[in-house]
Write a new protein. Structure first.
Length: 153
């Protein structure tokens, strides 16, 4: 019984790792190597971008890889992803822009969107995404009527 469970877990991690490497390569525009390992301490994400270690890239790529598995019906997760200011960490502008391009490609899979993706950010998205249907809500700090709750709290 444990052998079957380990084999199933191994297959799932291999599928996740394959998506993870694809996403890292697409976002970094390199032939970077990327892998996911599961051991007694949990999941370990590894990337090799020619010496550069971008932690936020690893996290975002992992999120996208899980979303891709979800789109394939291989998880028990909702097709929903929320990123809160991914650019604010160590993510460069070019990689940040590619996040939107990749999500647009994923959006084209299937007859209807298979997920919902929400990004909150203080960095403007690429120009093509600054209009509907992608830009749904734009809030500002002032005046008060442009704030989320439309008032000073």
């Amino acid at each position: 019984m444990m052998g079957a469970h380990r084999k199933a877990a191994s297959l799932a991690i291999a599928q996740l790792a394959a998506h993870f490497q694809t996403v890292v390569r697409q976002l970094s525009h390199t032939q970077a190597s990327a892998d996911i390992k599961l051991d007694g301490k949990g999941l370990t994400l590894r990337t090799d971008l020619g010496g550069a270690a971008i932690d936020s890239l690893k996290v975002v790529a992992f999120d996208y890889a899980v979303l891709m598995l979800t789109m394939e019906g291989k998880t028990r997760l909702p097709g929903f992803l929320l990123h809160d200011s991914p650019r604010e960490a160590d993510l460069g502008r070019s990689i940040y822009n590619r996040l939107f391009d990749l999500i647009r490609q994923l959006e084209a899979v299937g007859e209807a969107p298979l997920f919902q993706y929400v990004v909150t950010t203080t960095t403007e998205p690429p120009e093509a995404f600054q209009e509907e249907p992608w830009l749904c809500l734009k809030i500002l700090g002032s005046p008060a009527e442009n704030r989320l709750m439309k008032a000073d709290l």
